[in-house]
Ligand binder design. Structure first.
Ligand code: C2E
Ligand code: CA
Ligand code: CA
Ligand code: CA
Length: 278
């Protein structure tokens, strides 16, 4: 019994130890990262298997220290939201990514879109559409080249958030409903909200080739997409079986996931996109 007890203690110790890497960073660390320009955009493509093109690239925030340590968003986005620093991070990323985007577009030689993640709390700010449009203008980009990805949450019901979404749409931004399937929006609501894209969450995509529930949801979404002006993205594709199943919808669905391409820095992403065509 003591041996079992000791073993349990050891396991507990191990569990604590492995959890450490995902602890949120401190306010001090975050401020340091922002002021030292360490917020860095990584990019993950959304591709069409029908046209063989990269239709858009999603910006994923990283903190990269001079020592080369990489912090993932789950360690700092919630901290930034809490401390009201999320706008600062978004605008720093926006600035860097729009610059990169101009080079990537030139390099690939065809038009594609750039997708940003916005925190739902940022939609509370009614001037957010004006601010984003101004940065774009300074960088010679049009709102129609930008997709704003917003995670569906219960909070999306606030009237300020809906108003901001509508204003963004009127300005010409594309708006994407992120993580569809794990939140609160259902398929019927999709028609009343100003979304131009829906991203099906990885939990529905994982093992879709054998999961009838997910199959029904995905084919209903594809049905809606073919009727209206809605882009469907399958996110988190990790297995060949998933990609092969989804290929039956390839005229209507964009593919994204580690199987196709992991998030990468600008140069690597460009290299990947050029070789992927062949
Ligand atoms: P998300 O927007 O749903 O982004 C997808 C996440 O899944 C990314 O994690 C991506 O690296 C990961 N992913 C992509 N393909 C696969 C796959 O095949 N398998 C698995 N297991 N994972 C995959 P990441 O970069 O750690 O970002 C996590 C979340 O942090 C994002 O989820 C997004 O909600 C948030 N985030 C990232 N950048 C920003 C940002 O600039 N602003 C805000 N507000 N949130 C951000
Ligand atoms: Ca996203
Ligand atoms: Ca997502
Ligand atoms: Ca997510």
């Amino acid at each position: 019994l003591t041996q079992v007890h000791q073993l349990l203690q050891k396991l507990e110790h191990l569990a604590c130890h492995t959890e450490k890497p995902s602890e949120p960073i401190s306010e001090h660390q975050l401020l340091h990262a922002i002021s030292h320009n360490e917020i860095t955009p990584f990019y993950q493509p959304k591709v069409s298997r029908a046209t063989n093109k990269v239709e858009s690239i999603e910006v994923l925030a990283r903190i990269i220290t001079p020592q080369g340590t990489v912090f993932l968003p789950d360690r700092f986005i919630c901290v930034a939201e809490h401390l009201d620093l999320i706008n600062l991070i978004t605008f720093q990323l926006f600035e860097k990514a729009t610059n990169d985007f101009i080079d990537i577009k030139k390099n690939l030689g065809y038009n594609l879109k750039l997708a940003f993640n916005l925190s739902p709390c940022q939609l509370e700010d009614l001037s957010c559409p004006d601010k984003l449009a101004l940065i774009l203008k300074l960088n010679n980009l049009k709102p129609s080249e930008i997709i704003l990805e917003i995670t569906e949450q219960h909070a999306l019901c606030s009237s300020a958030q809906l108003e901001t979404l509508n204003r963004l749409r009127i300005r010409g931004f594309d708006i994407s409903l992120d993580d569809f399937g794990v939140g609160f929006t259902n398929i019927n609501q999709l028609k009343t909200l100003p979304f131009t894209e829906v991203k099906i969450d990885r939990t529905l995509i994982s093992h879709i080739e054998t999961d009838q529930f997910s199959q029904v949801i995905v084919s209903s979404l594809v049905n809606i997409a073919t009727q209206g002006d809605l882009t469907i993205v399958a996110e988190g594709i990790e297995r060949v079986e998933e990609l092969e199943y989804l290929d039956r919808f390839k005229e209507h669905i964009l593919m994204q996931g580690f199987l196709i391409c992991r998030p990468k820095g600008k140069i690597e992403l460009t290299r990947w996109a050029k070789s992927w065509l062949h």
